[in-house]
Design a protein around this ligand. Sequence first.
Ligand code: NAP
Length: 264
Amino acid sequence: MSQATISTTPSLSHEQIRTYQPSPNCLEGKTILVTGAGDGIGRVAALTYAKYGATVLLLGKTISKLESVYDEIEAQGGKQPAMLPMDLESASYAEMQQLENLINKEIGQLDGILHNAGVLGELTPLEMYDVDIFSQVMRVNFTSVFMLTQALLPLIKAADNGSVVFTSSSVGTTPRAFWGAYALSKQGVEGMSDIFTQETQATTNLRFNCINPGATRTNMRAHAYPGENPMSLKTPEALMPSYVCLMSDDSIGVRGQVIALQPK
Ligand code: NAP
């Protein structure tokens, strides 16, 4: 195995990541794949990465939503994105390897992956949790995240300073009653980020971190808290400085962290 040069750039603190001020074009030259790019936080992340100069690969389930994000990126003058329709509940590992081949052939590089797609499942005691919904949530939020990361590893390891960002939640950091498979999937994601970090940090510059966005004004939040006034919540746009930071070279050296954007 070839030995990569380990970066000595100092890490940023969580507070510096939360209050990061991106410079224009700080993602110029990077190719970033965003899952769940058609809606909610993923949609805004895709638009924002494009705004800061990245070529964005839009992975998602609903093609019409990906098309509208594609059009918005073009309208804002961003680099031409690519749409990668994929249902993470049913996609096979072979399809994910084909995706890696396709990106390699058509674009030739991958610098960042934002694992953002997620489903909520049921909010109910484990005793009554529907086992089919349990497996669907684990597949989308956890197993497919592992499969896609592993399938894309050859490409992202070849980047100078690749960055993989997972999406956790407060109930992933601390399990909470009634959050069932969602909480367990997010706990698993935090563990996955930690293990990938331990297994790669001695030999590569590739970094793995988790973001916990905290309560944010999206459809998922509205389903989880139907009685809440959405206007009392921060918007996905407000999260973007941290999302950009973790993809930019300013966060080289930040590894194995869980960054909560709404500290308690
Ligand atoms: P959202 O508005 O419901 O968006 C979820 C995204 O995931 C959509 O683009 C959706 O695509 C995609 N997705 C769902 N199932 C998929 C599948 N089988 N294959 C491919 N894509 C799929 O949720 P959000 O609030 O933006 O959440 C984004 C991430 O932040 C999630 O991981 C969530 O757990 C996490 N999070 C959110 C909050 C919050 O308060 N909003 C708090 C903590 C953590 P379609 O629209 O095409 O189905």
